[in-house]
Design a protein around this ligand. Structure first.
Ligand code: F6P
Length: 371
């Protein structure tokens, strides 16, 4: 029987759904009956801390378990219940122009005897996967990011759990906001895509939703709030994505420093807007950034199921020797797409069909949303 060693890693921001995907990769690859049918014996090695693990690992060293964790169905049995990633993650970019460590990664893959890699990540992690694929590495990607900004897939792991967090937190805010007749500005994550704010706002019934794809007018926000009060609203929830900005402003950043993929840490628009609303309307207004809470907690049922489907599909691609692909969920079906088609563009909200610029809200017609 031939032997294949699969290395699996999680990269970028953690989220719920990673552990279910790892579990189902392991269970599918090591399924005894399937191994016999395929005539191939599979092994799965977990690589710790994303691409950092493959940069830092010292193959053959007695400390190799600092970076590598052989996985069995017994080890991963309960993993699908837990959030985050049991393998750890990092934002290490082996192709960083400032410190290119890609040769080290290639040599470590060879020294470790990894025949195939599975990379679970968003645009950055899968961008590295594509570069490695172009260098001849057999690689398969699984999409994850609470931002849901990857193209060529209708779902990315972690998104639904994050929406659940947003909805639950806003339910909590409503009672205190209502009791004090306060306005709450809630800042979500999402980078340059408005999905978390838009769909989190839909799920929780926010009054105004501000997304990065449409620069809003502060005056318009204040007008809508005053109008709502006139019509009897006791309080309001205003949802703002971290990447959203008023007309004429630059994006709000926590610090100018960029990470190894060139991203700034966004944040701060919520606080700014709350002050502008208080000043412009005279109503009491507070802000809250949901921040990393959105990435935390146990995966919701949907992320457990999608992690399972994506994990199984990734192993199927390996069995079929169909590399350089990302598993994907499209039009209700699990499928796969070339990594080449995924990287370099973002899936963002289409303001023309999915957002109402007058109400600063979701486009009211579900028919429009499907376009
Ligand atoms: O890409 C996922 C994400 O959660 C973004 O929404 C957010 O801007 C960023 O990661 C935060 O990253 P970090 O965990 O490095 O602060």
């Amino acid at each position: 029987m031939s032997k294949i060693r699969i290395g699996i890693l999680t990269g970028g921001g953690d989220c719920a759904g990673l552990n279910p995907a790892i579990k189902w990769v392991v269970k599918t690859a090591l399924d005894k009956r399937l191994q016999a049918e395929r005539g191939t014996e599979y092994e799965v090695w977990g690589i710790k801390d994303g691409w950092k693990g493959l940069v830092d690992v010292e193959p053959g060293s007695p400390r190799v378990s600092d970076w590598i964790m052989p996985l069995t169905p017994e080890i991963v049995r309960t993993w699908d219940r837990y959030g985050g990633t049991m393998l750890g993650t990092s934002r290490t970019n082996p192709y960083s122009p400032k410190n290119d460590q890609s040769r080290k990664v290639l040599s470590n893959i060879e020294k470790l005897g990894l025949d195939v890699l599975i990379a679970i990540g968003g645009d950055d992690t899968l961008g590295v996967a594509l570069k490695l694929a172009k260098e001849g590495i057999k690689i398969v990607g699984i999409p994850k990011t609470i931002d849901k900004d990857l193209t060529e897939t209708d779902y990315t792991l972690g998104f639904e759990t994050a929406l659940n967090v947003i909805t639950e937190e806003i339910d909590r805010l409503r009672t205190t906001a209502g009791s004090h007749k306060r306005i709450f500005v809630v800042e979500t994550m999402g980078r340059y895509a408005g999905w978390l704010a838009l769909e989190g706002g839909e799920s929780s019934g926010a009054y105004i939703i501000l997304i990065p794809e449409y620069d809003f007018s502060i005056e318009k926000v204040n007008e809508l709030i005053i109008e709502g009060r006139r019509e009897g609203a006791r309080y309001d929830i205003v949802m703002v994505a971290e990447g959203a900005k008023p007309v004429g402003y630059a994006e709000f950043v926590q610090e100018e420093r960029v990470d190894s993929f060139g991203h700034k840490a966004l944040g701060g628009i919520g606080d700014f807007l709350a002050r502008q609303i208080a000043k412009g309307t005279g109503f009491e207004c507070r802000s809250i950034a949901l921040s990393h809470l959105q990435r935390g907690g146990a995966p919701c049922a949907y992320d457990r199921r999608m992690g399972r489907y994506f994990g199984i599909a990734a192993v199927d691609l390996i069995v079929m020797e169909n590399y350089g692909k990302m598993v994907s969920y499209k039009n209700g079906r699990i499928t796969s797409v070339p990594l080449e088609k995924v990287i370099g563009k973002l899936n963002v909200v289409d303001v023309k069909t999915q957002y109402d610029t007058c109400l600063l809200y979701t486009s009211p017609s579900p028919r429009d949303r499907q376009k």
